[in-house]
Design a protein around this ligand. Structure first.
Ligand code: FMN
Length: 388
């Protein structure tokens, strides 16, 4: 038998309890649209996609931006939670995660004025006639103001106050379904230029009623949605809110605005702010050809954590085990979410544990793999047979 090695104590692989939920470590699968749903229903692709992460050692896995109503989908391939028959396939994803000791989470969303697009690999543009000809027709979209996100997108209908009230109700109904499916963490998508963020940002909200104008008015829709969601989301279960902490465009949301928003969300029962950025003009981080610094959004997570006095999740260009460990060690965030790095390596968390010395004996690995890998590691410490 190989000798047992002593495991290093790390922050990344220490548990975290939020309300009644204990996460076994701090590594989180960030929500990632797969554009592969049918009528909002997750498919086999989704089950396989989440099974990879469930096996890969993460503590919490989020299902992608899931629309609270059909109009709120980014594309025809987005998942939805607007109908009771979407509960069963979502419950299957919860089971996949729970069976591996991973907490299942879901991000609920409404794409607002950015809805009605092609899947990324089909062009990433607004749906048009050629899409309609193959069955992907555009649909009427909504926003705070009748202003398109850019010249080549559809113009949204500006929601009336009655329609806003009805919209808040769809978030409440979606929350009930998410709870029935068995999710243990719920995240409100308040980022990336989608409906909630488009109300919050002065760049996309030109209203001058109780939902637009000053910061207080622009926050109102976010807070009403959060109150409706919290009413249905059990008190003992964690509620996350993804914010675009800054717009990164002149005249847009600044970090001070987000700190104020976070304080108001905290009063309404939000437990964690997931700190992303951008998206009010074009794509948040993904389709753009530029290279931000590693961990470029970590300063936002740090600032919100300090100034609003609440837990934060850091995300964006976090790729290295040591980098993730340092963010936590330095008290800049409480959780680390990964997206593209997990596409690249679904076993990232297990490799990070090895690298940080938190799992020298492959105990976090499934037995079917770990048994062999411990023995291989021991044999690789020996001199090569026959070598001079
Ligand atoms: C394929 C893909 C789909 C994404 N879908 C979502 C989504 O559904 N909701 C969301 O808030 N962010 C989404 N994002 C953004 C990621 O959650 C994450 O914030 C971003 O990719 C930065 O993290 P990374 O550098 O680790 O990729 C998506 C990213 C990718 C790569």
């Amino acid at each position: 038998m190989p000798e047992a090695n002593e495991a290093a104590k790390t922050k990344l692989f220490s548990p975290l309890t939020i309300k009644s939920v204990t996460l076994k470590n701090r590594v989180v699968v960030s929500p990632m649209c797969q554009y592969s749903a049918k009528d909002g229903h997750p498919q086999q692709w989704h089950f396989d996609h989440h099974a990879r992460y469930a096996e890969g050692g993460v503590a919490l896995g989020f299902v992608e931006a899931t629309a609270v109503e059909p109009q709120g989908r980014i594309t025809h391939g987005c998942t939805g939670i607007w109908s009771d028959d979407q509960i069963a396939p979502m419950a299957r994803i919860c089971e996949i995660y729970e069976s591996k000791g991973v907490v299942p989470g879901i991000q609920i969303a409404h794409a607002g004025r950015k809805a009605g697009g092609q899947r990324p690999w089909e062009g990433n543009n607004a749906l048009g006639e050629s899409d309609a000809a193959r069955g992907d027709a555009p649909w009427p979209i909504v926003g705070p103001t009748a202003e398109a996100q850019h010249d080549a997108w559809h113009t949204p209908h500006a929601l009336s106050t009655d329609e806003i009230e009805a919209m808040v109700e769809t978030w409440r109904q979606a929350t009930i379904r998410a709870r029935k499916a068995g999710f243990k963490v719920l995240e409100i998508h308040g980022a990336h230029g989608y409906l909630i963020h488009s109300f919050f940002s002065p760049l996309s909200n030109r209203r001058n009623d109780e939902y637009g104008g000053g910061l207080k008015q622009r926050m109102r829709f976010a807070l009403e949605v959060t109150e409706a969601v919290r009413k249905e989301w059990p008190e003992e279960l964690p509620l996350f809110y993804r914010a675009s902490a800054i717009d990164g465009v002149e005249g847009g949301v600044e970090i001070e605005d987000t700190v104020e928003l976070a304080k108001a969300l905290k009063e309404r029962g939000v437990d964690v702010i997931d700190c992303s950025s951008g998206g009010v003009r074009g794509s948040a981080t993904l389709a753009r050809s530029y290279r931000p610094k590693p961990g470029f959004q970590v300063p936002h997570a740090e600032r919100v954590r300090k100034d609003a006095g609440m837990m934060t999740m850091a995300v964006g260009y976090i790729t290295e085990a040591g980098q993730a460990e340092a963010i936590l060690e330095e008290g800049r965030a409480d959780l680390i979410a990964l997206a593209r790095e997990l596409l690249h390596n679904p076993f990232w968390a297990l490799h990070a544990a090895q690298e940080l010395g938190a799992d020298p004996d492959f105990e976090l690995w499934p037995d079917q793999y770990g048994w062999y890998l411990t023995r291989r590691a021991a044999s690789m410490r020996l001199p090569v047979e026959g070598a001079e």
